[in-house]
Write a new protein. Structure first.
Length: 351
């Protein structure tokens, strides 16, 4: 540490890299000492005194304690492995890797080297998601039954080879859902390559949790406007969260009344839902990326991970996305369709 601050390097100045550049310069826990990007143009004022380097070899000559990896996902493994072996603590943009086996190797290596490594599943720090977690824990919803997630819009300006909508978007919500209801299993998935052949740009993933609730995650790059939302259905009500507006609202029948045991006839059921309550929870709106970086600083200083995504959680998000892709590929292997007008056989796949 220098002057009581963690000396930090930033790898990558793409869209997310420039966001990290901005928030890192604002966080008093860190001193940005170097930025690595082979081609990016950035002003000295934006760098705030940090060196602009063009390669990892140049970074080897710089004194630093930790790094943010915001390079393309396909480069995460190579860059993270190199820095872990140098003993540098890391905040890696999601997903940790594009292959679950590689993600597991990095987690094991970080543990062996005594390196603190977190992954930027930034929606964990969205104030509306944090409020949703409180609502569920407090029992306002009763028992959660199903979660329905939508994350659509925003086709990548520069499509990096190997990227797809599951690794880009779905991992966010797979991680959020898993953080809310525990370990997950992929029951089914349906994916599409709409714009560019071989590049998955739309997906519907169906998940079951070990604890009982189920979830559906819809993602696409196609919708012309961005939507980021989650709906949680419970035995007492339904909670709607807007990730972008950072709102959290609960709807239900007589939420403010104590639940009465016993059976209810149809007229009582109608009365319950005619008098539905709505609770708009107060959400202290903050930029999730800044909150995440602040927690990363506390993680380095005290070991308190807070809501950071670390270790097994980071691997699980990639593994579940990987399984979703694999299940969809298996679906395409069986495309038999009954002849038009023919009476379908009882074991026909498409009827």
């Amino acid at each position: 540490m220098s002057s009581g601050k963690f000396r930090i390097a930033l790898l990558g100045l793409g869209r997310m890299g420039r966001n990290h550049l901005r928030v890192t310069r604002l966080d008093p826990q860190f001193e940005l000492v170097a930025v690595v990007d082979p081609v990016a143009n950035v002003s000295a004022a934006d760098l705030g005194g940090a060196q602009l380097l063009r390669s990892m070899d140049e970074l080897d000559k710089v004194q630093f304690d930790c790094a943010i990896i915001a390079t393309p996902s396909s480069m995460h493994y190579e860059n993270a492995e190199r820095l872990i072996r140098q003993g540098k603590h890391l905040l890696v943009e999601k997903p940790l890797c594009t292959v679950a086996a590689d993600a597991a190797k990095l987690v094991a290596l970080a543990n062996e080297q005594g390196v603190k490594m977190a992954v930027g599943h930034v929606e964990r720090f969205n104030p509306a998601v944090r409020k949703l977690r409180e609502v569920i824990a407090a029992g306002f919803l009763g028992t959660p039954i199903h979660l329905s997630v939508t994350r659509v819009g925003g086709y990548p300006e520069n499509l990096v080879p190997g990227n797809n909508v599951l690794l880009d978007l779905a991992v966010h919500d797979i991680d959020v859902v898993r953080s809310l209801i525990g370990p997950l299993k992929v029951e089914a998935s349906v994916c599409h390559s709409t714009v560019k052949e071989g590049v998955l740009d739309t997906a519907e993933v169906f998940l079951a949790s070990h604890q009982g609730p189920t979830a559906s995650v819809h993602v696409n790059w196609i919708t012309p406007t961005k939507i980021r939302s989650i709906r949680v259905t419970g035995t007492r009500g339904v909670c709607f969260v807007d990730y972008i507006l950072q709102t959290c609202e609960l709807f239900g029948g007589a939420l403010l009344q104590a639940q009465q045991p016993g059976s209810a006839d149809f007229s009582k059921l109608l009365e319950l839902y005619r008098n539905s309550d709505k609770i708009t929870f107060g959400v202290n709106k903050e930029e999730p990326l800044r909150v995440q970086l602040n927690q990363f600083g506390r993680f380095l200083a005290t070991g308190d991970r807070g809501e950071l995504c670390v270790g097994a959680d980071a691997v699980a998000a990639v593994l579940l996305a990987e399984r979703s892709i694999r299940l969809d590929a298996r679906r395409h292997e069986e495309q038999a369709v009954a002849a038009p007008g023919a009476v379908p056989s009882l074991d026909a796949l498409f009827v």
